[in-house]
Design a protein around this ligand. Structure first.
Ligand code: PMP
Length: 356
């Protein structure tokens, strides 16, 4: 049976990216060695790093004056590295859920933190609007896609300060105006690669403003100076990122990815809205994530939860259980998810409705 991977992350990657990674693990570029057993400083690996960095810049149209890093530690380490390197006095955070809160918690260790707005009052099922942003912030931190709740900022905000974006779960799914950000970062394990590498895009001139001492490994300048090779980088996930970036480029880049994302989301939200059994948890259409589509059974059908999960699993739908914090269902539709997969999910929901 064909399986459709709707998992939230690590998640679906294009089949050819997986195949190319598998082949490089067996024999990298015909050199008779695995990519997993060669030096990161070798003449065979350096071009992988160089091309991956160049492709991030090309695909996202990164302006001059920015560096791209591939490091370990996940987005969670960046929650601490960002204030360590950027917070001089005061930073603003848009509180759109668990990940934003975790980022805020770390920032409080380094300076004053202002919660500019929050959607906690409705369990983070919307994106706050019309909030004031103090003009004296070192930066405003935003989580552009809230993986757990299925809310997304589809456009870069217009605010009077520089932004820092956690784009862990929607990077490469739409064009981004990088010039509005001093830093964009995320764990790779959604739209970029397998787990194990973190991408960071940084505006060089912003570094060095803080007075505090920064441990060498946590100082972005260390990694910029050493081309992400101060210590041994996660070579295999970086190789997978390279193959995935090639795939994104070959398939029309982020503009095409955005169009596809919308097409997929329209199919799934369309069925959720039509189906008498379900409703979407994010009511405001403009806040609905294209990447993570969250839905629940209507109250009168609430006892069908386990049955629907089993029914969908039997039809090849993988990973549709909602996050443990919110329950219900979540169909994650990252770049590699096909329109066919979304149609199959919609069909499954229809069949389940007919049964009840
Ligand atoms: N931010 C967001 C928006 C996420 O979805 C996640 C992980 N799901 C994280 C941060 C944490 O990433 P990591 O596990 O790479 O630390």
């Amino acid at each position: 049976m064909k399986k459709y991977n709707f998992g939230a992350g690590p998640c679906i990657l294009p089949r050819e990216v997986i195949e190319k990674t598998a082949s490089a693990i067996l024999d990298f570029n015909g050199i008779g060695l695995s990519i997993a057993e060669i030096s990161h400083r070798s003449k065979d690996f350096q071009p992988v790093m160089d091309e991956a960095i160049a492709l991030v810049k090309e695909v996202l149209n990164v302006p001059e004056g920015y560096s791209v890093l591939f490091l370990g530690g996940g987005a969670s380490l960046e929650f601490c590295m960002i204030p360590f390197n950027f917070l001089v006095k005061k930073a603003g955070y848009l509180n759109t859920g668990v990940w934003a809160k975790k980022a805020m918690k770390e920032a409080k260790l380094f300076g004053e933190v202002v919660e500019v707005a929050s959607s906690a009052d409705d369990n983070f099922t919307y994106i706050p609007k019309n909030f004031e942003v103090p003009t004296d912030l070192d930066y405003l931190h935003v989580t552009t896609n809230n993986t757990i709740y299925g809310t997304e900022l589809h456009k870069d905000l217009d605010v009077p300060v520089r932004m820092i974006g956690d784009m862990s779960s929607d990077i490469f799914s739409r064009p981004v105006d990088v010039s509005k950000y001093d830093c964009i970062y995320g764990g790779a394990q959604k739209n970029l690669s397998m787990a194990g590498v973190t991408f960071i895009i940084i505006k060089d001139e912003v570094l060095g403003r803080v007075q505090r001492e920064i441990p060498t490994m946590l100082d972005y300048r260390t990694h910029i100076k050493k081309g992400s090779m101060f210590n041994t980088p996660p070579v295999v996930p970086i190789y997978t990122a390279l193959e995935n970036l090639r795939w994104i480029k070959a398939n029309g880049g982020v503009t095409a990815m955005e169009k596809l994302a919308k097409e997929r989301a329209d199919i799934v939200y369309g069925e959720i809205d039509r189906n008498k059994l379900f409703h979407g948890t994010v009511k405001n259409e403009e806040d609905r994530s294209y990447m993570n589509i969250c839905f629940v059974l209507n109250d009168e059908y609430a006892d069908l939860q386990d049955e629907f999960f089993k029914f969908a699993t039997e039809r090849g739908m993988v990973g549709i259980k909602g996050h443990r914090d919110v329950g219900g269902f979540r169909a994650s539709c990252y770049n590699a998810m096909t329109v066919e997969g979304c149609k199959a999910l919609a069909e499954t929901m229809k069949e389940f409705e007919a049964k009840h």
